[in-house]
Design a protein around this ligand. Structure first.
Ligand code: VAH
Length: 315
């Protein structure tokens, strides 16, 4: 019998594309998209949609029981930049939502959970190059703290209550369908829109700020792959390192100039520079490769080609 899936935070950057993919894989009637409001009409009008408040246990439980859900993808969270503006809101949303879903799994209302972690779990004292799966983790953002603590709780619920929760430390995600919100890596999405719209972009990070990034199709593939792997293949129940490519704003601008020669970039670092400086420049994802055959496909040139092709009609 096919899984009945609930995506919490389905209107967001990753949640929306995960919704389309899971519907294609499992059938529209087996995927319930949900969010706190109707803020992505494409998602709201493309299949079963429910208003679910991820911070309200009853709201989540009622939806799970109404649709006989057995698998939950918890994609609702406050990201790094917004989290620094509203630290306690970020803590409350990111942690309360996770406990509700883990407790529903512990109480056997659901069988399987996906929860996104992030490279934000690493901090200024973490080795920056080829950051290993196991290393020093002293995150200096509230978002990173919630992800580090969340990983500890996921591993605890798996070990103590046999909850089948699986997690990936996403790098910065680049996509064209839904704009990201409140992230430090969002420059790598904004730059394509601005290149097409204005042929120029003032980047909020400095030109040599290398960050680990992943194209959305690769991020969705990794999410589907880890969730469809046999439970005993998932040997790490905190969260898996995941890498795609690493590049700097200068390198992404050079890639765009190959298609839009007149494109100009300037740099005005803001508070997000400090966040980016605390994160790794590249990630070692050998464990994901070994345990569930992870492999990314998109390199920077392929990303630029795809982003400009898909966004061109908009501008
Ligand atoms: C952010 N896009 O910038 C997210 C991500 C690694 C970065 O977690 O906050």
């Amino acid at each position: 019998m096919s899984s009945k899936i609930l995506i919490i935070g389905a209107c967001g950057q990753i949640g929306s594309e995960l919704t389309y993919k899971l519907r294609a894989l499992h059938g529209d009637d087996n995927v319930i998209a949900s969010d706190i409001s109707y803020n992505n009409l494409d998602i709201v009008n493309s299949g079963i949609f429910e208003i679910v408040d991820a911070m309200d246990y009853k709201s989540v439980k009622v939806c799970i029981e109404k649709h006989n859900v057995d698998t939950v993808y918890l994609m609702a969270a406050m990201l790094s930049a917004t989290g620094e503006k509203y630290p306690m809101k970020a803590w409350d949303l990111n942690m309360t939502s996770l406990f509700h879903v883990l407790d529903l799994a512990k109480a056997k209302f659901i069988k399987k959970v996906f929860w996104p972690s992030s490279i934000a779990v690493f901090g200024p004292t973490t080795p920056k190059e080829d950051t290993p799966q196991y290393t020093t983790m002293e995150p200096s953002t509230v978002y990173g703290i919630t992800k580090q603590v969340g990983e500890r709780w996921c591993e605890y619920y798996n070990e103590k209550y046999d909850v089948d929760v699986r997690s990936i430390r996403y790098p910065g995600i680049i996509s064209w369908k839904t704009l990201p919100g409140g992230g430090t890596t969002d420059y790598a999405v904004e730059i394509y829109h601005e290149a097409l719209k204005n042929k120029e972009y003032d980047c909020f990070l400095s030109k040599d700020t290398a960050l680990p990034m992943l194209y959305m199709d690769d991020a969705i593939k990794a999410t589907v792959d880890i969730m469809s792997a046999d439970a005993d293949a998932i040997k790490i129940r905190s969260s898996y390192n995941l890498a795609g490519i690493s590049f700097t704003p200068e390198e992404i601008a050079a890639s765009i100039k190959k298609h839009i020669p007149e494109f100009k970039i300037s740099y005005t670092p803001d508070f997000r520079q400090q966040i980016a400086n605390s994160w790794p420049q590249s990630i070692d994802d050998t464990m994901a490769q070994k345990h569930w055959n992870w492999k990314h496909s998109f390199d920077l040139e392929a990303i630029t080609e795809e982003m400009l092709k898909q966004l061109k009609p908009k501008y």
